[in-house]
Design a protein around this ligand. Structure first.
Ligand SMILES: [Fe+2]
Length: 128
């Protein structure tokens, strides 16, 4: 079982020292703060806010999962080369479309083939 990395558990000093490493492994969810029940909602997940992760054959982002609380809603499997392969700087990114029925608490979990699992802080979406 790979380690699950939660960047919020690091001290401010560790965060600063490992800023680029943490950023390029961390999923960032972009989603509206409010949504209507029964209507389609786009949930974008991107790896790295300011830095991009390698896309090498032995080191790449392999999986992006989206959870609502403890429920798995979606999984995307990525293979090496999707962002141009070795030497390219594209950021792994996916957009899922979901239809919420009640308030959401969204978390993304991503898997790097070399550095394990990474998750973000949960994002709340008010559904009415
Ligand atoms: Fe990595």
């Amino acid at each position: 079982m790979p380690t699950i990395n939660v960047y919020t558990e690091l001290s401010p000093e560790e965060k600063e020292a490992k800023k680029d490493y943490i950023d390029r492994h961390s999923p960032f969810i972009a989603v509206a703060k409010t949504a209507k029940a029964g209507e389609k909602l786009a949930v974008n997940i991107r790896l790295g806010k300011d830095y991009s992760h390698p896309d090498d054959t032995d080191h790449y982002i392999n999986e992006i999962k989206l959870f609502d609380k403890e429920t798995l809603l979606a999984t995307a499997t990525l293979l090496s080369g999707i962002n141009g392969g070795h030497g390219n700087k594209g950021q792994a990114e996916v957009t899922f479309f979901i239809v919420p029925q009640k308030n959401l608490r969204l978390t993304a979990l991503v898997y790097c083939t070399k550095h394990g699992l990474w998750q973000n802080d949960p994002i709340e979406v008010a559904v009415s």
